[in-house]
Design a protein. Structure first.
Length: 515
């Protein structure tokens, strides 16, 4: 049965994830979000990291998942109940499959049927439990996803079908009680039986309970039930071969049904785990007091953000940080310059995090968020030199940028944070100028935080109609407000403010001595 809780027309797979998702997770601190969502549940962590790194690329898919997300927030306990049913089923399926592979060489065919039937009985009971809870919770659901899922489930596993399945299982429990199986078929190639049909099942006549039997009856039962011949005649061997073929047929028929349920419960577990993790996530954000909104989609321009804040930083400090706003309109090149420690990188990260959440159908950290759908999001943040680097910082930056250039498209979003600050300003300006010019000609959206003054001044001087310039606000007394305001690039990053704050006020400034 189709689950389809993440998409309106398909199940979840790992295709078409972000091209550079490892960099995205590292640069935007998504491990903080995953940990908050998982609450120490490793499976929730893994599911969140997979689903969130696969962007939704159509407006209708975003709206579909947002509707499901609203149900997840409203029915958190109900979603956890459904998830637990699927989790227990998948756990038992895995245990059965592992045990079957280990035992199939040693186990008698009839015993394999017995084990399969017992296992199927458990799965059918899980289906019945799921059917019951879906019926109980149905009035609480309002999303297209959950209503459609409920209707598909009731059609696929109707009460009549469930009753027939249970009747079949009950009729086949003769393997555990003793009994006879009547089959018919045809002879195929090599005189092997084909087209088998189970015609009749006869249980062994109900016997007395063991505690009411006499000693003679117990001995007689023991020897008649477990009797075997030391010499097998040809007819007996042929009969055993027919029995083996019949048992194999039963296994094959019902194993297909087990595989159907296995796929169903695995997808249900994965998809409900994501929404259950989102329930954990938003519950924690509500406890901190962080405002969120469901974003809207724009098909014109590059988005509008009001009251936007950096979510991973907010989780870290356990309160709402300074918010910012941005109206991109038809601008596709954004430059952010200004004072050191003024919140530029945090601002850039806030846009990246919100965009990923938006394209995952989730709520975003803003009062209003109207976003454009990008087919890929790339980050190129400066990195500290460490032992994991096999080359110098500049070479490492160039390699990462080359990887992005090979994947970027006109409908991509790039976030560049202090890129090529590892070299001189002159060389950095030359490198950045060439890269940004090529990206601008391609038509993709690029958001740049940089201290490369000559580079930004040269772009500003061109007065291109698709560029926008912001600066981290600094008061006359050196105080940072952590707000980004429209301003042309300045020549200084006010590094002396940091010097005075950390070391002391500079009273006399002298020219440096010649070396």
């Amino acid at each position: 049965m189709r689950v389809w809780l993440l998409y309106p027309d398909r199940e979840f797979d790992l295709k078409n994830s972000y091209a550079k998702k490892e960099d995205l997770v590292k640069d935007l601190n998504f491990h903080i979000i995953y940990k908050t969502m998982s609450r120490e549940d490793e499976y929730f962590y893994q599911v969140a990291s997979k689903v969130m790194m696969k962007p939704l690329l159509k407006k209708e898919d975003i709206v579909y998942r947002q509707g499901m997300m609203k149900d997840a927030l409203k029915c958190r306990d109900e979603f956890m109940q459904i998830y637990d049913i699927a989790r227990i089923a998948v756990k038992s399926i895995n245990e059965y499959n592992d045990g079957y592979e280990r035992r199939k060489g040693d186990m008698a065919a009839a015993s394999m049927v017995t084990e399969l039937l017992n296992f199927m009985d458990f799965l059918v009971k899980q289906l019945s439990k799921l059917s019951f809870y879906l019926g109980e919770y149905r009035p609480n659901f309002s999303s297209e996803a959950m209503i459609s899922f409920y209707e598909r489930f009731k059609e696929e596993y109707s009460d009549d079908r469930m009753a027939k399945i249970l009747a079949e299982l009950n009729s086949l429990d003769f393997w555990t009680a003793g009994g006879k199986l009547t089959v018919s078929g045809t002879c195929g190639a090599g005189m092997k039986m084909e087209n088998l049909i189970v015609n009749d099942v006869v249980r062994r006549r109900r016997r007395k309970a063991a505690k009411t039997m006499s000693v003679v009856e117990k001995v007689n039962l023991m020897f008649t039930q477990n009797a075997f011949a030391l010499e097998e005649d040809e007819d007996r061997l042929e009969a055993k071969e027919i029995e083996k073929v019949a048992i194999a047929h039963i296994l094959r028929v019902y194993e297909d049904f087990v595989k159907e349920l296995e796929q169903f419960f695995e997808q249900l577990k994965l998809q409900m785990a994501f929404y259950a993790a989102c329930g954990n996530f938003y519950k924690r954000l509500d406890e901190i007091g962080l405002p969120l909104c469901f974003p809207d989609v724009t098909e014109e321009g590059n988005g509008t953000y009001i009251g936007l804040y950096e979510l991973t930083y907010a989780i870290y400090i356990q309160k709402k940080p300074i918010v910012n706003g941005l109206r991109m309109g038809d601008k596709r090149l954004l430059f952010v310059t200004g004072a050191n420690q003024g919140g530029k990188s945090t601002f850039l990260r806030s846009i990246g995090v919100a965009q990923v959440l938006f394209q995952c159908g989730m709520m975003v950290p803003a009062e209003t968020f109207i976003g454009r759908i990008y087919d890929n999001i790339f980050t190129h943040f400066t990195r500290r030199e460490d032992s994991s680097m096999n080359s110098g910082r500049l070479e490492e930056e160039l390699k990462r940028m080359n990887g992005i250039i090979n994947e970027v498209s006109p409908n991509s979003l790039l976030l560049l944070n202090e890129s090529f600050a590892s070299t001189t300003e002159k060389e950095g300006a030359i490198i950045m100028s060439g890269i940004v010019k090529a990206l601008a000609e391609l038509g993709c959206s690029v958001l740049i935080v940089t201290h490369l003054y000559e580079f930004t001044r040269s772009v500003f001087a061109q007065q291109l109609d698709y560029t926008l310039f912001l600066s981290a606000e600094r008061k006359n007394n050196g105080m940072r407000t952590y707000r980004m305001i429209p301003r042309e690039p300045g020549h200084t990053s006010y590094g002396l403010d940091l010097y005075e704050a950390m070391i002391g006020k500079i009273t006399d400034v002298e020219e440096p001595e010649n070396l």
